[in-house]
Design a protein around this ligand. Structure first.
Ligand SMILES: Cc1cc2nc3c(=O)[nH]c(=O)nc-3n(C[C@H](O)[C@H](O)[C@H](O)COP(=O)(O)OP(=O)(O)OC[C@H]3O[C@@H](n4cnc5c(N)ncnc54)[C@H](O)[C@@H]3O)c2cc1C
Length: 476
């Protein structure tokens, strides 16, 4: 029996799991997919928002600003890439220049520091590839970029290193309560028992809430399509460039990623049935907007397109509360943007205030929050590389040529918490397959290493879990 069961291995569930391990509690995470970080936390813009977007006095505003402040130390402790690149909300008319002043005022109310409205000349000096039509911008110096899967995986891995247990391929299908004990049942019939349940199931958080009688939490899906450019284009922009928001939202952005790709998007499309397909019209819209925002966009360096699905609540704010009908359940539902930025602050609040309200929290003196830095072997000096290869020759064998990822790094991803069990899981941890050829060369080699490490036949290695076999059988 666990003290706390967390449902959903995204950035919210992951950071809460880690926060829980700071106390003397036995905790577990239930994730329906074959790996963690398979929902919104996998496919988003990776922006650590400054905090001027959300309406004052909302949970979004509060946790955005707190999360932004926490992010540099939080990512440093976990060894996750974070860059404080600053953001620019760009205006293209006098009317939009006035909106920037309102945004700045809203940001100040929310507690955002270091904002400045800059003119065309200052904007050009910061971003030489900005459109000739751009008139000025709101420069928010506290804006940043983070690797979203790096953060989620590191938080969950660190929680596991501190004793948390992870169950993957566990899709919660029912929750029963007998006395003070919850029995959480998977759709395949496995059960896990616990004293508290925290619902962090993203798009399914409304469904999980309904399992404990809270039928008033409605979570809907909105798709966002992206285009990703090769790292060769990494210097095209350095800040995150936003359009001035309208009633319809923030619009598309142009940004560097924490790994120095260029990311363009996302669109915003309501959906009845969640889907991560990209569409010709969605990508054409992104390109049209990128050409309005910038000049000389190196679109010839496109390496892939993808889509993420936002889980937004009908309350238009984060839903972070105890269940109204079942004592011992906490919901973190409809956590859309800025949920990635907010996650460390949400986790602290949920554990200290909500869990702490139900059980007595006692510090776990042996908690170690540090994790080995998420550096890539190729970024080391020749001396450092030689030293590592001397101890482990697998670091001398390059598997992914585009990203220069070694066999040693892939083996580490399979062995380390949370273990990578499929090809995409290795990709999210190491970047093998994230380069120009998108795994065309390295995928079979990565699969061979996974098969060897897990002691399973090659044919059983999947791309991303059940139903995604790489080969159908052995022919010779
Ligand atoms: C297109 C897009 C762009 C965004 N850009 C930004 C940004 O730039 N900055 C920012 O701060 N935020 C951004 N966000 C928001 C941010 O990504 C989310 O707020 C955050 O990832 C939410 O995390 P989560 O853990 O709540 O949900 P998720 O990451 O969706 O995790 C939920 C998990 O629950 C699992 N699950 C579902 N059902 C079950 C079940 N029955 N049993 C067990 N497990 C289950 C899922 O598989 C999933 O792993 C963006 C989101 C999108 C979609």
């Amino acid at each position: 029996m666990f003290d706390v069961i967390v449902i959903g291995g995204g950035v919210v569930g992951g950071t809460i799991l880690r926060e829980l391990t700071k106390y003397k509690l036995s905790v577990c995470l239930l994730e329906k997919e074959n790996d963690v970080c398979m929902g919104q936390s996998k496919a988003n813009s990776g922006i650590v928002h400054a905090g001027f977007d959300a309406a004052p006095d909302t949970l979004k505003a509060k946790f955005n600003v707190l999360g932004n402040m926490m992010m540099p130390a939080y990512t440093a402790e976990l060894g996750v890439k974070f860059v404080n690149n600053g953001s620019l909300v760009v205006a293209f008319s006098e009317g939009e220049m006035q909106t920037l002043a309102q945004l700045k005022e809203r940001g100040e109310k929310n507690g955002v520091s270091d904002m400045e409205i800059i003119d065309q000349e200052q904007l050009r000096a910061l971003e030489p590839n900005i459109s000739e039509e751009a008139m000025g911008a709101l420069h928010a110096k506290t804006g940043g970029i983070v690797c979203p899967y790096g953060l989620t995986i590191a938080a969950i891995g660190n929680a596991m290193d501190n004793g948390a247990k992870l169950y993957t391929d566990f899709e919660v299908g029912a929750i029963d309560k007998n006395g003070a004990v919850f029995t959480v049942r998977s759709t395949k019939g496995e059960t896990v028992e616990g004293k508290l349940v925290i619902n962090c199931a993203g798009l399914a958080s409304g469904k999980i809430a309904a399992m404990v009688g809270d039928n008033d939490i409605e979570v809907k899906a909105r798709k966002g399509e992206y285009i990703l450019l090769d790292r060769e284009s990494g210097d095209f922009v350095s800040h995150t460039l936003f359009f001035t928001p309208t009633e319809k939202g923030k619009g598309i952005l142009v940004t560097q990623t924490a790994d120095r790709n260029i990311l363009l998007g996302p669109t915003s499309e309501e959906m009845e049935v969640a889907s991560t397909d990209t569409t010709a019209s969605g990508l054409a819209f992104v390109i049209e907007k990128v050409r309005k925002m910038t000049k000389n966009a190196p679109l010839f360096n496109t390496i892939t397109s993808f889509a993420g699905v936002r889980a937004y609540s009908s309350r238009h704010d984060f839903i972070i509360e105890e269940s109204k009908r079942t004592a011992g359940v906490i919901h973190c539902a409809g956590i859309e943007s800025p949920g990635l930025t907010s996650a460390p602050a949400i986790a602290k609040y949920v554990v200290e205030e909500l869990v702490g309200n139900i059980v007595k929290l006692e510090r776990n003196e042996s908690f170690n929050g540090r994790r080995k830095a998420d550096h890539y072997f190729k970024d080391l000096s020749n001396e450092e590389k030689n030293e590592i290869i001397k101890n482990d020759p697998s670091y001398g064998r390059i598997v992914c040529r585009c990203e220069q990822i070694t066999e040693g790094e892939i083996v580490r991803a399979v062995r380390e918490n949370p273990p990578a069990k499929n090809v995409d899981a290795v990709k999210r941890r190491t970047r093998a397959g994230m380069g120009r050829c998108q795994g065309g060369f390295c995928q079979p080699h990565v699969a061979e290493i996974i098969a060897r490490e897990l002691g399973i036949p090659f044919e059983q290695v999947t791309k991303n879990g059940e139903g995604s076999a790489l080969v159908t059988g052995v022919s010779k």
